[in-house]
Design a binder for this molecule. Structure first.
Ligand SMILES: CC(C)(COP(=O)(O)OP(=O)(O)OC[C@H]1O[C@@H](n2cnc3c(N)ncnc32)[C@H](O)[C@@H]1OP(=O)(O)O)[C@@H](O)C(=O)NCCC(=O)NCCS
Length: 197
C-alpha cells in the first residue's frame, strides 16, 4: 500500500497511526510507518550508549516516545520519514532508515536528508547500506526527489562509511547549528547524492 493511500485511510478513520504495512522492501528489510508498539524496542535502542555514542546524550523513554510521535507525524504531513525497519525473515524491528525534511537552518537547507539508526545487534550485517540504497531509490524514483543529503559528526566514521558505500559525494564539513562549537560533535561531514536520469 502506498503512502498516499495510508495517509488517506488515517484521515478517513481519524487515527494517528497507519496500518502496519510495508511501504517498500529491500532484499532483507521492510520499511513502514511507526506503530505505538515500536516504542518499547525503540526506547531500549535509544538508551544504549553504544548506539548513541555520537549524539549529545542517550534518550529517556519519554524522549524516545516523543520521537516516535514526531516521526509518525512527519510521515502523515510530508509522506516520508525515518521509516521503522523490520527484518523480513521474522518481522523483528531493527531500527530506522529513511528520509526526512531537515529542520536545521543552514546554507544547504531546506533539503531532504537520509539517516539511519539501528540496534547494536543488527550492526555489521550490511543492513544500513542495503536499506539506504533502497531508500535512495524510493526517494528518487517514487517521490521524485532531485537530491538527497546526509550528515554526521566527523568522528562517526561508521555512518560516514555508509554514505560512501551508497555512492554519496562529500560536499564539505560544517558546524552543526544546534551543537556548541567546543563540543567534539560540532563539526559534521556533509554528503549529497543527485538523481541520475
Ligand atoms: C551507522 C550504522 C547505522 C551502520 O549500520 P550497519 O548496518 O552496521 O552498517 P553497514 O554494515 O551497512 O556498513 C557499515 C560500514 O562501516 C564500516 N565500519 C564499521 N566501523 C567502522 C569504523 N570505526 N570506522 C570506519 N568504518 C567502520 C564497516 O566495516 C562497513 O563498511 P564495509 O562494508 O566497507 O566494511 C550503525 O552503526 C548505527 O546504528 N550506529 C548508531 C547510530 C548512528 O550513529 N547513526 C548515524 C547518525 S548520523
Amino acid at each position: 500500500m502506498n503512502w498516499e493511500l495510508q495517509i488517506s485511510i488515517c484521515k478517513y478513520k481519524k487515527t494517528k497511526y497507519t496500518l502496519k504495512q510495508y511501504l517498500f522492501q529491500s532484499e532483507r528489510l521492510g520499511f513502514r510507518n511507526w506503530q505505538e508498539a515500536d516504542k518499547v524496542a525503540f526506547s531500549k535502542m535509544n538508551a544504549d550508549p553504544a548506539v548513541m555514542e555520537y549524539f549529545p546524550t542517550t534518550k529517556t523513554k519519554e524522549e524516545s516516545d516523543k520521537l516516535v510521535d514526531r516521526l509518525n507525524d512527519h510521515f502523515l504531513e510530508k509522506g516520508l520519514t525515518f521509516y521503522a525497519v523490520d527484518q523480513l525473515k521474522n518481522g523483528e524491528f531493527v531500527g530506522f532508515i529513511g528520509l526526512i525534511h531537515s529542520a536545521m537552518e543552514t546554507d544547504f537547507t531546506p533539503c531532504v536528508e537520509i539517516g539511519w539508526r539501528l540496534k547494536k545487534a543488527a550492526w555489521g550485517k550490511g543492513y544500513a547500506t542495503e536499506g539506504a540504497i533502497r531508500c535512495l531509490e524510493y526517494g528518487f524514483n517514487d517521490l521524485d526527489l532531485k537530491e538527497i543529503y546526509s550528515f554526521t559528526p566527523l568522528p562517526n566514521k561508521r555512518s560516514e562509511r555508509v554514505m560512501q558505500k551508497i555512492g554519496m559525494t562529500k560536499i564539505k564539513e560544517f558546524g552543526h547549528p544546534w551543537i556548541d562549537a567546543k563540543d567534539p560533535l560540532f563539526i559534521h561531514v556533509l554528503y549529497r547524492k543527485e538523481k541520475t536520469k
